[in-house]
Design a protein around this ligand. Sequence first.
Ligand code: TYD
Length: 208
Amino acid sequence: MTGRFIAVEGADGTGKSTQARLLADRLGALFTREPGGTPLGERIRDLVLDPMGEGPVDRAEALLMAAARAQHVDLVVAPALAAGRDVVSDRFVASSIAYQGLGRGLGAGPVAQVNEFATGGLAPDLVVLIEVDTPVAGGRLGDDRGGELDRIEQAGDDLQAVVSAAYRDMAAADPDRWVVVAGGGTIEEVAARVADAVEARLTPGRDR
Ligand code: TYD
């Protein structure tokens, strides 16, 4: 029996990373994140999110995210799933569709194609979308770095609004795979909603 693969998605500042960790703890799953999750992936993350210097052009940004993802899939996610371990990833392919495809305007189709190549077709069993009103999300931006914004966060509220809309559209188009959770309230309140949603959608121990 393979493990279950859950991706947690959302615009910046939705509290998604905290919720992904709490969900992984609750399920006894492996917690991992993108971009990152491997030593090389974390180096790519530093390069791509560094607010200083040249910065990648949009297509390079998409390819760097995909390169980190290929490394993450082959070295971390796929082996854990094959060993029967559940995996919770803070972001996966949908982040690239939302940010690079729609946010940067590269197009959902081309970005999906690049990511099909990067992942070898591995897709999450469930995607949990944490949704908050854009102003609330904006207020939380940079909290985890003492108020300092990374290069993508610095692109501002317009990008975040496009990203939020892209996520809503993806969730609406694939309701069997996606579940939308309201991100308002305390950490504990949101965590309880996430746990309920995941339990309703994934039968523990189900053979796939
Ligand atoms: P995240 O770890 O959620 O940010 P934080 O450290 O603030 O919690 O994600 C880092 C940034 O990378 C975020 O702005 C979204 C962006 N990103 C993409 O643009 N494309 C991708 O494919 C991924 C995985 C992340």
